[in-house]
Design a protein around this ligand. Structure first.
Ligand code: ARG
Length: 462
């Protein structure tokens, strides 16, 4: 567009054009930019700023441009910096000087802030859908393996038995917190900046910002024009929420990797979600989970990059702000694809209950329960803890699991041990944790029902 270089005698250096252009990555804002321009043209006509007929011409051409882009026929030009100028130039090419009226009462500064907000609102909506899908897959896996008991770990050492369903529901909780973070960030994203102009507001006092907000589905109007064109908190908030979510997915990924190893063997990945090795024919690798774990770093990096870009920027718009885009798009792409692929991975993995059983037999996982047993017979917990510690080291020396010791052996450590010590089992251990938020089957059943209710999936619909 030659007019924006009106004051210059020289063309911009080719390297400068390439260095400053955002079109190679901001082209994907086109549907948002066009939606904003159509609403703006409608508003200009309603307010008598542009004749209705001309606005109609502009709107028709903008719709046609959108189709050109979607058909892959649109010629993106680097000389035109960004998607906003590419679309405007094409508009003028198609309809002539009338197209130049679209930019009345607006600036690229409020235009880009607007397009980014609309993109972000869409991204949040998509994120919420895929988050819920992964939560559903976790619930389905928990329900399909309701009775399965696994060793629970602390310090990655066998600690106490758990229902697999309880373990999976821990991830449901994390993802639910993520959901609330995205919903919260939506409140501050849902703010319409058009009318802020370059920085000071526009000089057409009859523009109708309310109409624009309504047309474009925004709940609020920005309250300060300077802030509106220079604020990217909404991008940062999405990136922060995405970082939390990727951290959660990375923890799940780590457990998928561990659990699918020959050493754990608690789960088997479906072939469609595993990869092979180019040299070791026996390998079935969890690359999907490893990449999810890896991408978490990239998503944190995008957050740190933009926080650093924003730091110490004077008001209002500065070109530094163009650096918000690549990281943001990358974060959205990483998060959505990771959530999607994990949903498939969780849906198709097989649980190996027998392996989990064998692992439960290896560790002295009922030690806490034996201490609790002695406490119920009157021993002080600390003393009971010490007695069972000695018992464990004795059993270890004998190479026996606790429940294979004879009653006489038990009684060498405490006279309180009686025949009923053999009723301490994995099942009794789990059933005993009958507290709100505990792993007792009754509690887990309730937690599953609550989780479905949260997603709006419970049968009663209540
Ligand atoms: N390409 C710019 C960006 O992405 C659009 C806004 C440019 N405004 C300006 N005054 N150069 O941030």
């Amino acid at each position: 567009m030659s007019h924006i270089r009106g004051r210059f005698k020289k063309k911009a250096d080719k390297l400068v054009n390439e260095y400053t252009a955002s079109i190679p990555f901001d082209w994907r804002l086109y549907p948002y930019d066009i939606a904003g321009s159509i609403a703006h043209a409608r508003m200009l006509a309603r307010q008598g700023i542009v004749p209705a007929k001309e606005a109609e011409t502009i709107i028709k051409a903008l719709s046609a441009i959108k189709e050109e882009i979607e058909r892959g026929e649109f010629q993106f030009k680097t000389e035109l910096e960004d998607i906003h100028m590419n679309i405007e130039a094409r508009l003028i090419e198609k309809v002539g000087e009338v197209g130049g009226k679209l930019h009345t009462a607006r600036s690229r500064n409020d235009q880009v802030a607007f397009a980014m907000r609309l993109f972000a609102k869409d991204a949040i909506a998509n994120t919420l859908v895929v988050l819920a899908e992964l939560q559903r897959a976790l619930i389905a896996l928990a329900e399909a393996n309701k009775g399965v008991i696994i060793p629970g770990y602390t310090h990655l050492q066998p600690a106490q038995p758990l229902l697999l369903a309880h373990h999976l529901l821990a991830y449901f909780e994390m993802l639910q917190r993520d959901t609330t973070r995205f919903l919260d960030c939506l409140k501050r994203t849902d703010v319409m900046p058009l009318g802020s102009g370059a920085l000071a507001g526009v000089a057409y006092k009859n523009i109708d910002r309310q109409f624009l907000a309504k047309e474009l589905g925004f709940g609020q109007l920005s309250q300060n024009s300077l802030d509106a064109v220079s604020d990217r908190d909404f991008v940062l908030e999405y990136e922060a929420a995405a970082s939390f979510c990727m951290m959660h997915l990375s923890r799940l990924a780590e457990e998928v990797i561990l659990w699918s190893s020959a050493e754990f063997d608690f789960i088997e990945l479906d072939e469609a979600y595993a990869t092979g090795s180019s040299i070791m024919p026996q390998k079935k690798n969890p690359d999907v989970a490893e990449l999810a774990r890896g991408k978490a770093g990239r998503v944190y990096g995008n957050l740190m990059a933009l926080l650093t870009t924003m730091k110490a920027l004077p008001l209002a718009y500065n070109r530094d702000l163009q650096e918000d885009k690549e990281g943001f798009f990358d974060t959205v792409d990483c998060l959505l694809s990771t959530l999607e692929v994990f949903t498939g991975l969780v849906k198709t993995l097989k649980v190996n209950a027998e392996s989990a059983r064998r692992a439960l037999e290896r560790g002295y996982i009922l030690a806490t329960d034996l201490a609790d047993y002695l406490v119920k017979k009157g021993e002080a917990f600390r003393t009971a803890h010490e007695i069972v510690a000695k018992l464990v080291s004795y059993a270890e020396k004998k190479g026996k699991p606790l429940l294979k010791l004879s009653l006489a052996e038990y009684q060498k450590f405490s006279p309180l041990f009686a025949q009923d010590v053999y009723s301490v089992t994995l099942e009794s251990s789990i059933a005993a944790r009958d507290v709100a938020g505990g792993t007792a089957p009754r509690r887990v059943e309730k937690a599953l029902a609550a989780a479905k209710k949260t997603l709006g999936d419970s049968k009663s619909g209540s």
